[in-house]
Design a protein around this ligand. Structure first.
Ligand SMILES: Cc1cc2nc3c(=O)[nH]c(=O)nc-3n(C[C@H](O)[C@H](O)[C@H](O)COP(=O)(O)O)c2cc1C
Length: 308
């Protein structure tokens, strides 16, 4: 049996597959069920400082190639999250990554500080800098600027001792330079990627957009080549580990994106296709491949494509 355990920023994960942000909310019961079904860890949806309404329905559209969502990061705010997570954290059976988001830089700092008060802290904070930034004249995400991305990273680091992973957007000119700037600002890790686009679809009979918000971020199998390329480029640019995310739909996909540079692998949209069965199916496929290749520890394959 191959050993699937990986160490990420000093935290032990029983296997590299973690639930990506936004797929389940902040409810402990659904997290526990996902771990029991074989996930190696959980990421919460993005938590805001104050309640955040998100967008109107319909917010999701999917087919066998991709999902397009405009959920708009709806959330009840940090106070509600503290209640839910405060109950779950002491009982958790695998690591918990708490994803935080803000329209202002100071919001990130405030949420990170509030999470310090939780009994038994989260294992990692994931800092989602990929949403529109109200401090910017054009509402560009912090993830689009090396200066803003670094400033948010520095602020969060100054408020917490929990390791932080900064979640990057693929919708930038050069994701490696953003990765390097957050590493220099003190990030412990990088999560790549968030959704691609945005994209847009219409109903030709009704002449109406499919999503009420008209546009939505793309996820799922169609974006996998983009996430592999982003992870490959980031691995070359930085020394900190990566949560490789985007379009992973099988154990073989997970192995591929680990060889491109991922230490952990985030899985989101695949759960809409396969449900909870995904986790055991994918880890079995990974184990069997490693056994066939006579590789004892999965951590040996991280970044393997760079050693050619
Ligand atoms: C319905 C939905 C909601 C999402 N919500 C969040 C969120 O709250 N915060 C975040 O950082 N990413 C969010 N994401 C992005 C995912 O975490 C992930 O980065 C992206 O979907 C690519 O991975 P996938 O193809 O495996 O889904 C969401 C994705 C989907 C499909």
């Amino acid at each position: 049996m191959a050993n699937l355990e990986v160490n990420f920023c000093g935290v032990k994960f029983p296997n590299p597959l973690v639930l990506a942000s936004g797929i389940l909310g902040v409810t402990g019961g659904s997290f526990a069920r996902t771990i029991a079904k074989g996930a190696g860890g959980i990421t919460t949806k993005s938590i805001w400082k104050n309640p955040h309404p998100g967008h109107h329905n319909p917010t999701m559209f999917g087919n066998e190639h991709y999902f397009m969502n405009a959920v708009g990061l709806s959330d009840a705010g940090i106070q509600k999250a503290l209640e839910e997570l405060g109950e779950y954290i002491p009982k958790r059976k695998a690591p918990l990554i708490v994803n935080i988001v803000g329209g202002k830089k100071s919001d990130f700092a405030d949420i990170a500080e509030a999470l310090n008060d939780l009994p038994g802290k989260p294992d990692l904070l994931e800092v989602n800098i990929s949403c529109p930034n109200v401090e910017d004249e054009f509402g560009k995400p912090f993830a689009c600027s090396i200066i803003d991305a670094a400033e948010v990273t520095r602020l969060v680091k100054s408020k917490t001792k929990i390791p932080i992973t900064v979640k990057l957007s693929p919708n930038v000119e050069n994701i490696s330079s953003i990765a390097k700037s957050v590493e220099d600002a003190g990030a412990d890790a990088i999560t790549a990627i968030n959704t691609v686009g945005p994209g847009m679809r219409w109903n030709i009979d009704l002449r109406t957009p499919i999503l009420a918000n008209k546009v939505g971020g793309l996820s799922g199998p169609a974006i996998f080549p983009i996430s592999v390329k982003c992870v490959y480029d980031i691995y070359k640019a930085v020394k900190i580990p990566i949560i490789a995310t985007g379009g992973v739909c099988s154990g073989r996909d997970a192995l591929e994106i680990m060889m491109a540079g991922g230490t952990l692998v985030g899985v989101g949209t695949a759960i809409y296709y396969d449900g909870d069965d995904f986790w055991n199916k994918a880890t079995s496929e990974m184990s069997e491949w490693l056994k066939k290749e006579k590789i004892k520890n999965i951590s040996e394959i991280i970044g393997l494509f760079h050693k050619k």
